[in-house]
Ligand binder design. Structure first.
Ligand code: 8OZ
Length: 366
């Protein structure tokens, strides 16, 4: 019987345990540049004996138009490649692996964050009824412009180029962000996608952008270094439930079989919220996928132990617990108490609430 603390090979990645640090947006990259503070934050969580065996970075836009929140790091310039190097070097020095989460926000953006103050792009021209984080705090998302069919190869190319840059920056691979109502999800779901071209309408068309992106990325760096994150039923970012999430996501995953992806990372329920927000048969989705199965969303220690022991999951990604506990792996092993999360320091700011959460020995006694 495997345990949460056993090693596993995931595609080309040898991992010391099944414990993964989930992607977490922290808005501490002024100028869209990775920096030394970020390297310290990731390194604190990168000892496989006490932290994560695999780190998935915060979501990282593949092109300037892919940004939708203030101070998120990009991966679309040579300067960013060089700056990410300090993060990957610091993580590797501690023994963990690290993949970068490749992101395009689509319509979850604001003109103040777009090149030239232009409208964000999406599958649709309908605005998302939600807010994004700008220099002026949380503001309503700007109305988008629907991408012209001829523009879509440019989006795919941005993902491909970012995957190449990821390896140049020292990452072990990439995770494509296909979840949470961002651009790829804006094409997948019929609750958002209102296109009449080859990228809209039937499921076969709505999964086309995902398949083209994954084919380009895996073609560039190999399927064994490529993962994908999906969230079949999350309502986050005004995503709205697809009319048939089960059929849609099974078709999407099935279409990726020829790529032999390293892993699929599935958010069960509402991202960061209830797990039972809408019915979905995750086990049925898994039967469509041959690679490693990574689960996420509200996993307690016991849920994680059970998921791996029962082979319901190969890997468990922890988000909020990893923010507050740099040594979460050790705490899970010892069944030690967890630091509480300070939600006021999640987005933006400096070291406070970022690199100053105490490890176990230094944590105040209870
Ligand atoms: C929280 C705040 C901003 C962005 C996601 C990238 O939900 C995010 C995100 C989460 O995937």
């Amino acid at each position: 019987m495997p345990t949460l603390f056993d090693p596993i090979r995931v595609g080309a990645l040898d991992l010391a345990t099944r414990i993964v640090m989930a992607p977490l947006t922290r808005n501490r990259a002024p100028g869209q540049m990775p920096n030394a503070l970020m390297a310290q934050y990731y390194a604190q969580r990168a000892d496989p004996a006490t932290g994560a065996a695999l780190i998935v970075t915060e979501a990282t836009p593949v092109c300037p138009e892919g940004h939708g929140y203030l101070d998120t790091p990009g991966l679309h310039s040579d300067e960013q490649v060089a700056a990410w190097r300090q993060v990957t070097d610091a993580v590797h020095a501690r023994g963990a692996k690290i993949v970068v989460q490749l992101w395009h926000v689509g319509r979850i953006s604001h003109v103040s964050l777009q090149p030239g103050g232009a409208a964000p792009v999406s599958s649709t021209a309908r605005a998302a009824r939600t807010k994004t984080f700008t220099r002026d705090g949380f503001v309503p998302c700007s109305p988008p412009r629907a991408l012209a069919t001829e523009e879509i190869p440019g989006v795919v190319e941005a993902f491909r180029a970012a995957a190449r840059r990821a390896l140049d920056a020292g990452f072990d691979g990439v995770e494509v962000h296909g979840a949470n109502g961002y651009l790829i999800d804006q094409f997948l779901r019929d609750s958002i996608n209102d296109r009449t071209d080859a990228y809209g309408g039937p499921v076969a068309n709505r999964i086309r952008l995902l398949r083209e992106v994954m084919t380009a990325v895996a073609g560039e760096i190999g399927g064994a270094r490529t993962g994908l994150r999906l969230s079949p039923v999350t309502p986050s970012n005004d995503a709205g439930l697809d009319s048939d999430p089960q059929g849609l996501f099974e078709a999407a995953v099935e279409s990726l079989a020829p790529l032999h992806l390293a892993y699929l990372h599935v958010i069960e329920g509402q991202t960061g919220g209830p797990r039972d927000v809408a019915p979905f048969d995750y086990a049925a989705l898994r039967r469509r996928f041959a690679g490693a199965w990574m689960v996420n969303n509200g996993y307690t220690r016991q849920m994680a132990l059970d998921a791996v022991a029962s082979c319901a999951a190969d890997l468990v990604a922890f988000g909020k617990q990893f923010i507050a506990n740099p040594d979460l792996g050790l705490r899970l092993k010892l069944d030690a108490p967890l630091n509480a999360l300070d939600t006021s320091t999640l987005y933006g700011g400096g070291a406070h609430g970022y690199t100053d959460y105490p490890p176990l020995a230094a944590a105040p006694a209870r």
